[in-house]
Ligand binder design. Structure first.
Ligand code: PRX
Length: 629
């Protein structure tokens, strides 16, 4: 797989040229590095107007044979996964490729024994234990479509996702450890399942020993797996068969189930992993994300395993038992590539630098950042104290929808520039557009768009292709529209400036404001609400909720607590607003549309940038909100 990587700037530039002149051929050459049961007949068919994207048509494969079986021939005893538990006193586990293969096959047989088959949707709601990665791969082994739901989501959010995809099975755990907390996952799942009629089996992994209620559809994982063997031939999948669904929030209340397909996703995640991180055989690579997010899917599980890497999975949080846990783990496992989020860096930066310096970080070669723009201060702290000014930093821009990293530097190969994601990967045709959809030249600022498909672009939204079209392909016909703004310097480097829609990135989590507003509106005293983001020095952005209340507020603290609890129950704790302000009205246009731009300025305290408010239906509320902030 080393062949996939550009080792020099010249290699990279040559690839970029090739990708521009013969774009589909470029990807076909990369795709020949993988194991296919049948080679494709057609490299690419696409039409962004329909929209439709299909890669490697007629090709057949199973991604798990690429992640596992083929490494058995060359490196069966190489460590595939290192598991670092939440509690530092619990022993870390190492799984070789051979062991991982065996466990995935047994788990796949366990799923089959409970009726799972190709095309079924299986929901996975689990903590960051090895069995989570194993479950993902086991689904892929038998061609079942996995839908991993982050274990911080509430029962209502879990139920909505299970029902949207009509999942026939749930894989969960009794509980999950995160720092000093234990999340009662089975209990939450039980609440969700009350409204999920399609789930026939719920297989429960025992992690914490928490006491749990037991229902007729429940079965313990350790019992279900007892009687199965590890012989499980991989299901042969068409390149365009769905591999998984992963939900992301959007501008309406309903989560979007992004559908990724087998062939293209495999090719792009492996290609990008190898190039961005410049992984060398035997290196230990650690991505701190949760497998419940796309970063975990692409760059803990599929990308690293496809290239035969050693990937570290961490169950805990950066602050437990102390704020040096990341650095302790880096030193303990001699991590070579470390990939985390700006939020984590900003939180750790607040603590004495001694917590970093006391650990031997000399193994580190590459640092990565993902999920939100990284500010200059955090970038330099990361560079100075973690990388000791000796490790390239890759600031990787991408999305759940893109499947893999699209804009980034390649560690040590292409130049980095603090706070800039820098250049599109070879094969990625990024452009900047103005509001009318005209391409902007040279140094400029505008709306980011991509004008040619890449293999891991999501193919549709589960059950709602029209929405896929309207969200990503209608704003600027002929382009994929990611919803981000960006600026470009004279050398072509991109700096992502933030969302241009009603999605707010809080601590690296992508949160649509509409579902939060829907949750607030459920409160019997709330008439209307509007949620916007405002800058926050650790989380990047935080949420400010403006609410109109029926009658008078008797006890503001109780109301706030009730509203936060409602959001937590409907979506999950990550979506709780930091600030809740009761207002008598919301600034609206004459046609009744809430002026979110003005609310954003008010929430940020940028009163001098409100612009002309006189054309509003109710300009007086702006003054009132200002006075009461
Ligand atoms: O706004 C961009 C921001 O995160 C969004 C995608 O969120 P999600 O689908 O949850 O995936 C996150 C992990 C890939 C993007 O539209 N974003 C992601 N990476 C960066 C970023 N913003 C700036 N710089 C980045 N490196």
């Amino acid at each position: 797989m080393d062949d996939l990587a550009y080792k020099t700037l010249e290699d990279y530039q040559r690839a970029k040229e090739q990708a521009l002149t013969h774009p589909s051929q470029f990807w076909a050459e990369i795709a020949t590095n993988f194991d296919w049961h049948r080679k494709w007949d057609t490299i690419l068919e696409y039409d962004f107007h329909k929209p439709e994207v299909k890669w490697f048509l007629g090709g057949q494969l199973n991604i798990t044979e690429n992640c596992l079986d083929r490494h058995l021939k060359t490196q069966p005893n190489q460590t595939a996964i290192i598991f670092e538990p939440n509690d530092p006193d619990e022993v870390a586990q190492h799984f070789t490729y051979k062991e991982l293969h065996s466990r995935v096959c047994r788990t796949a047989n366990m799923l089959k024994a409970h009726g799972a088959k190709k095309g079924d949707r299986i929901c996975i709601y689990m903590p960051m234990v090895p069995e989570l990665a194993i479950a993902v791969l086991a689904c892929a082994r038998i061609g079942a479509i996995h839908s991993v739901v982050f274990a911080g989501f509430s029962a209502a959010a879990l139920a909505a996702r299970i029902n949207d995809a009509s999942c026939s099975m749930l894989l969960t755990a009794d509980g999950g450890y995160r720092g000093s907390k234990v999340t009662p996952l089975k209990d939450i799942a039980d609440k969700a399942l009350k409204s999920c009629s399609t789930v026939r089996h719920s297989i429960v992994f025992k992690r914490t020993g928490l006491e749990v209620a037991w229902n007729p559809i429940d079965i313990w994982w350790h019992e279900a797996i007892k009687d199965v063997d590890d012989n499980c031939p991989a299901e042969v999948m068409d390149s365009e068969d769905p591999l998984f669904i992963l939900y992301t929030s959007g501008s309406t209340g309903k989560p979007k189930g992004m559908v990724h397909s087998c062939g293209g996703y495999m090719v792009y995640t492996a290609y990008s992993f190898q190039n961005v991180f410049q992984y060398n055989k035997g290196d230990v690579y650690w991505c701190t994300a949760d497998i419940g997010w796309i970063t975990g899917h692409s760059y803990i599980v599929y990308g690293p395993l496809t290239v035969g890497a050693t990937t570290l999975m961490f169950e805990g949080v950066p602050s437990y038992p102390e704020y040096d846990r990341f650095w302790e783990v880096c030193a303990k496992h001699k991590v070579n590539q470390f990939y985390t989020a700006p939020t984590a860096i900003r939180a750790l930066q607040k603590h004495p630098v001694e917590l970093v310096n006391k650990h031997d970080l000399s193994s580190l070669k590459v640092l990565g950042s993902v999920g939100e723009p990284i500010n200059a201060e955090a970038w330099h702290w990361y560079d100075d104290h973690v990388g000791k000014n000796n490790c390239p930093i890759v600031d990787t821009w991408w999305q759940t929808e893109t499947g893999g990293i699209l804009i980034t530097s390649l560690a040590g190969v292409t130049p980095q520039k603090p706070t800039y994601a820098t250049l599109p990967m070879p094969g990625i045709q990024a452009v900047l557009l103005d509001n009318e959809g005209n391409e902007l030249a040279d140094e400029n600022e505008g709306i980011l768009a991509i004008k040619y498909p890449w293999p891991s672009i999501a193919r549709t939204i589960w059950g709602d292709h029209e929405r896929y079209k309207s969200v990503y392909f209608s704003a600027f016909p002929g382009y994929y529209f990611p919803g981000d703004g960006a600026l470009r310097d004279a050398d072509g480097n991109y700096r992502i400036t933030g969302r241009v829609d009603d999605v707010v990135i809080v601590s690296g989590h992508n949160l649509g404001t509409a579902p939060i507003e829907n949750a607030l509106n459920e409160h019997p005293n709330v008439v209307e609400s509007a949620v916007v983001g405002f800058p926050h020095d650790i989380k990047g952005n935080a949420l400010h909720a403006f609410v109109i209340i029926r009658g008078t507020v008797e006890d503001a603290n109780t109301l706030e607590a009730e509203l936060r609890a409602l959001v937590s129950k409907t979506i999950g704790p990550i979506a709780k607003p930091d600030y809740i302000q009761v207002v008598s009205g919301l600034p609206k246009t004459r046609s009744g549309k809430i002026m979110r731009r003005i609310l954003r300025k008010l929430a940020a305290g940028e009163y001098d940038q409100l612009g002309d408010v006189s054309t509003l239906l109710n300009p007086e509320v702006v003054e009132e909100i200002k006075q009461n902030s």
